[in-house]
Design a protein around this ligand. Structure first.
Ligand SMILES: Nc1ncnc2c1ncn2[C@@H]1O[C@H](COP(=O)(O)OP(=O)(O)OP(=O)(O)O)[C@@H](O)[C@H]1O
Ligand SMILES: Cc1ncc(CO)c(N)n1
Length: 266
């Protein structure tokens, strides 16, 4: 059994954040752990409020898990503020954490800001150099690079620019593209296209969180980077196809569908 840690915010509706990450880890047969950076009051319709957790408690959560349990991969999601980023960067360096997946969460699907503007530059300078892979969506890649991204060529250019900021691998996600939902992986040498049609679903709450957690679980289980991303893309596509029409807004994806199907339970 491989042990995978998420460092992220809590989503009370269970579709994104820590809850999506832990469900994804379980669906991949890994043992999931969590360091909570913020508590959001959130549902399928939006984010109502956020309480950031103090840097001291974040540091103690990190110490609690790293001092006790071997960790094979780490996913970083919502980090809110500068102090949170500093704490995470220092601890992950100190413990020489392996397989770090950075999902540079900035704004929720409903448009609520989950990363303070003054923390954006900090995320770039402190977390990207630690990243085995960083997984921006198109608006996040635009903020990180300062360039407009529309075409596949723009996505490739952005991936190269973000790679130059220190991330070993870059996955530019195509969930916000107008046409298809093709993602592009760049490993510093080659580009790999992960093609996908756009599934006409309103229930895509937590897609980004779950994709990055799936990549972390796959890396923790020993996959090479392309395999880890390709398997995660397959997982997210099935999970979106079978998404749950829960709530009055954007419902969650189905984290366990692929697993149940494989086990012959569906
Ligand atoms: N409608 C869709 N059809 C097929 N794939 C999709 C769709 N929406 C998102 N995806 C895929 O889901 C993954 C997450 O991408 P997306 O760009 O939605 O992330 P995100 O914006 O960070 O998500 P979140 O809103 O949860 O933060 C990507 O692999 C993307 O291609
Ligand atoms: C806590 C949390 N993290 C990440 C996201 C992704 O948008 C979200 N909606 N909520």
């Amino acid at each position: 059994m491989k042990n995978v840690l998420t460092i992220a915010g809590s989503d009370s509706s269970g579709g994104a954040g820590i809850q999506a990450d832990l469900k994804t880890f379980s669906a991949h047969g890994t043992y999931g752990m969590s360091v909570i950076t913020a508590v959001t009051a959130q549902n399928t319709q939006g984010v109502l409020a956020v309480q950031d957790i103090s840097a001291a408690i974040i540091a103690q959560q990190l110490e609690a898990v790293f001092e006790d349990i071997e960790i094979h991969a780490v996913k970083i999601g919502m980090v809110s503020v500068v102090e949170t980023i500093d704490t995470i960067a220092a601890k992950l360096k100190g413990y020489q954490a392996p397989n770090i997946v950075v999902d540079p969460v900035m704004v929720s699907k409903s448009g609520f800001r989950l990363l303070q503007p003054e923390a954006q530059a900090h995320l770039i300078s402190k977390l990207l150099p630690l990243a085995t892979i960083v997984t921006p969506n198109l608006p996040e890649a635009e903020v990180i690079t300062g360039q407009k991204i529309e075409t596949f060529e723009d996505m490739q250019q952005a991936a190269q620019n973000i790679h130059a900021m220190g991330a070993k691998n870059v996955l530019i996600k195509g969930g916000h593209r107008q046409t298809d939902a093709t993602d592009i992986l760049y490993d510093g040498e080659d580009f790999y296209y992960l093609p996908s049609v756009r599934i006409p679903s309103n229930n895509t709450h937590g897609t980004g969180c779950s994709l990055s957690s799936a990549i972390a679980a796959n890396l923790g289980q020993g996959c090479e980077i392309f395999d880890a991303v390709r398997k995660a893309k397959d997982f997210i596509t099935v999970a979106i196809e079978q998404a749950l029409p829960l709530g009055k807004g954007v419902g969650p994806i189905h984290h366990f569908y692929a697993l149940y199907k494989k086990a012959g339970l569906i």
